[in-house]
Design a protein around this ligand. Structure first.
Ligand code: COA
Length: 436
């Protein structure tokens, strides 16, 4: 952190002494005011629910400029990574800080691809779930359970353990997601194959069965790899902050990542693409394109509680760069599969067109987010809607690990312990039962 030649002075109207607070600059982005000594100096806390103005850590992994619509992983624009690299290159970059050279790339791909199988007993654990359990419920359990299966990689303070856990998690997440899917539909699990790419292997584990193998279509393989790359990290969002907070107690890496999976499940976060597809299906069931106008009126009516899912973003107040890339992939996949005239996809295109032109959305800078298009792509590929968030979790696992490892290696890291503004009852005595 660079101390800048600019102090913030906090003064109080009640005459209490003012305090000077140091200011630090990042390499890009807003400076931060250091309030670590504020409580000691003033006896006061700051109040910032939802962390709208609070940097919870220093990080060198991902940078987002929401106004410009820019996303950088380790300095590289997402557009260049999505076009010139694959997901495993991106994983290497996020974990190690630099893109792999040819030899490093080969070794890293081999390392991950050779660790895709899970402990056979994991199947018995999985079989304890009801078949109709939501895949995110299953995944939260399976990822947490990895700590019970892989004892040699549970010490978060041991760099070697963290490295082994990282490779295990990245390698085995596709296997676990595909297993959760197969279990739900009552088909046998398909074992991974080391001669396929990371995305190709995932597609095969999802869609092959003992009666029929699955031939990987390169357009679909590229689309899935791109979904993974675009979701690999997104700096200090809710699930990543959850992973950091959970890991800050020194818990094992699998438990910390399981906490991230649980947080991602919510509809305001990773569950948005599922919510988006559900919304499309509801409009379709109620009359399709002819009902779009009526639906949009509801979206604009604040009392209706209806939101256009897949639109808007807390950070991006410009076009999400990932949405542009996903839109490109979406068009490619629909054309490859001959689905351009599918009613649901036509409906999605109509919503997109109206929202991009309508004053309500234009004035509020509400653009389609990555979930809008990734939901459509996944649906076109044949991935069931309730598995979308699981695929997001698979892709985000590397970001969570990179952020967790960064936190553990940070000399300034402390167990996370937010403060509160207490608004409950002041001290009182417990009345006898008859008087309550
Ligand atoms: C993502 C989201 C939670 C961001 O919320 P936020 O940061 O609180 O959004 P803002 O407060 O900047 O919203 C600004 C305005 O746009 C409106 N708005 C935001 N997203 C909207 C949407 N999807 N549909 C309709 N109106 C929306 C808000 O009601 C607010 O209106 P107002 O200024 O008249 O009160 C929100 O856009 C949303 O719920 N989107 C749908 C879910 C989704 O796709 N999530 C995926 C995120 S990756």
């Amino acid at each position: 952190m660079k101390l800048v030649d600019n102090k913030a002075t906090l003064s109080f109207s009640n005459g209490a002494p003012s305090v000077d607070l140091p200011v630090y600059a990042g390499n890009i982005g807003p400076d931060v005011i250091d309030i670590r000594k504020l409580y000691a100096q003033t006896g006061m806390f700051t109040y910032d629910p939802g962390f709208l103005s609070t940097a919870s850590c220093q990080s060198a992994i991902t940078y987002i400029d929401g106004d410009k619509g820019e996303l950088l992983y380790r300095g590289y624009p997402i557009e260049q990574l999505a076009t010139n690299c694959d997901y495993l290159d991106t994983c290497y970059l996020l974990l190690n800080g630099n893109l792999p050279n040819e030899g490093e790339r080969k070794d890293f791909h081999k390392l991950v691809i050779n660790h895709t199988m899970v402990h056979e007993q994991m199947q018995s654990f999985l079989k304890g779930f009801r078949r109709d359990a939501h895949p995110m419920a299953v995944l939260t359990g399976l990822v947490g359970a990895m700590s019970a299966f892989y004892h040699d990689s549970t010490d978060i303070n041991n760099p070697e353990h963290r490295q082994i856990a990282a490779i295990r998690l990245i390698a085995k997440m596709p296997t676990l997601v595909a297993m959760a899917y197969k279990y739900g539909i009552g088909q046998p699990f398909v074992y991974p194959r080391n001669d396929l790419s990371y995305a190709g292997n995932f597609l095969r584990m999802m869609f092959a069965n003992p009666c029929e193998d699955y031939v990987v279509n390169p357009v679909i393989e590229r689309a899935v790899d791109r979904i993974f790359t675009l979701h690999a990290d997104h700096e200090q969002n809710a699930s990543t902050s959850t992973v950091r907070l959970c890991g800050s107690s020194g818990t094992n890496p699998f438990a910390a990542i399981a906490a991230g999976v649980a947080c991602l499940w919510g509809p305001a976060h990773g569950g948005a693409n599922e919510a988006c597809l559900n919304m499309l299906e509801e409009i379709q069931a109620s009359g399709g394109v002819s009902k779009v106008g009526e639906f949009m009126e509801k979206v604009k009516d604040k009392n209706s509680g209806v939101k256009l899912m897949g639109f808007g973003h807390r950070v991006y107040k410009n076009y999400d760069p990932r949405a542009k890339l996903m839109q490109e992939t979406c068009n490619e996949v629909l054309a490859e599969l001959g689905l351009e005239n599918d009613p649901l996809f036509k409906l999605a295109k109509e919503l997109e067109k109206i929202a991009l032109e309508d004053d309500y959305f234009v004035q509020r800078k509400l653009y389609p987010n990555v979930d809008f298009y990734s939901g459509i792509v996944q649906r076109a590929i044949g991935i069931p809607v309730n598995l979308f968030t699981g695929i997001f979790a698979l892709a985000r696992t590397v970001g969570w690990i990179a952020q967790l490892n960064e936190m553990i290696s940070d000399p300034e890291y402390k167990i996370g312990r937010p403060r509160q503004l207490f608004t409950g009852s002041v001290k009182r005595d417990v009345p006898p039962l008859a008087q309550r």
